[in-house]
Design a protein around this ligand. Structure first.
Ligand code: DX5
Ligand code: ZN
Length: 229
């Protein structure tokens, strides 16, 4: 993974056909996705359950590029090795998932993956200050985690701008997750984000059998974001 601040579109397979993950991953990459975003939920840290490391390992061969695993689970540490073994390139853990996020980030890098730090809408950006030298990505949640298709929380745009200033010239990606659309992508891109996760806005109108709309949606979000930077 070469570091770059170019806009990257990361479709979330939370909005894909759960019975067809392999084909969906191949389809979104063929339609222009840069990264594939994989949402892991435990029914405890967030009020929804998706899947675990076995599913990540099963879809890995269907992804040529970056597999970006977003862990919405608590506790986290006991599962890091399994997600790294499953082939995750980036593993993001939530700052709110436990008292020892510093140790968690060390463990992610120790397992050979890029370390991502996700923060909920209610968490102040200052909370990441002493962690910035040990992360490769900060994921700013622009919805409360747990479900796709929620409304973008506009107050987070100012947080992204503050975070961009705090990061300075460190090679740390800013990822936006939740409610990213053609309308909201330019706001966060202008504020300094470079990885845009989008679930419903990418998968709407398409299917495994008719994936062309995925490409239209990805291109539209990318063009809107690039037009703002
Ligand atoms: C929310 C997930 C997101 C979600 C985004 O908990 O982390 O990745 O799938 O979905 P949309 O783009 O539909 O808001
Ligand atoms: Zn996510």
């Amino acid at each position: 993974m070469m570091f770059s601040r170019q806009i990257k579109i990361a479709p979330s397979i939370l909005s894909a056909d759960f019975a067809n993950f392999g084909a969906e991953c191949r389809a979104i990459e063929a339609q222009g996705a840069d990264w594939v975003h994989v949402d892991v939920m435990d029914g405890h840290f967030v009020p929804n359950i998706t899947f675990g490391p076995a599913t990540c390992a099963a879809i890995r061969p269907h992804i040529k590029g970056v597999m970006d695993v977003h862990l919405m689970i608590a506790p986290v540490d006991a599962y890091i090795e399994a997600f790294a073994q499953a082939g995750a390139d980036v593993i993001s853990a939530h700052l709110e998932a436990g008292p020892h996020i510093h140790r968690t980030l060390q463990a992610i890098r120790g397992a050979g993956a890029k370390a991502g730090l996700a923060i909920n809408p209610g968490t102040p950006v200052e909370a990441v200050e002493y962690l910035l030298d040990m992360v490769d990505l900060v994921c700013v949640m622009t919805v409360n985690p747990g479900f796709g298709g929620q409304k973008f929380i506009h107050s987070q745009v100012a947080k992204v701008a503050k975070l961009r200033a705090m990061i300075g010239d460190r090679p740390v990606h800013i990822e936006i997750d939740g409610g990213v659309t053609v309308e909201t992508a330019p706001l966060v891109a202008a504020a300094g984000a470079d990885v845009l996760v989008a679930g419903s806005a990418v998968f709407k109108g398409g299917s495994v059998g008719d994936p062309a709309p995925y490409g239209v949606n990805i291109a539209a979000i990318r063009a809107a974001a690039e037009g703002a930077v």
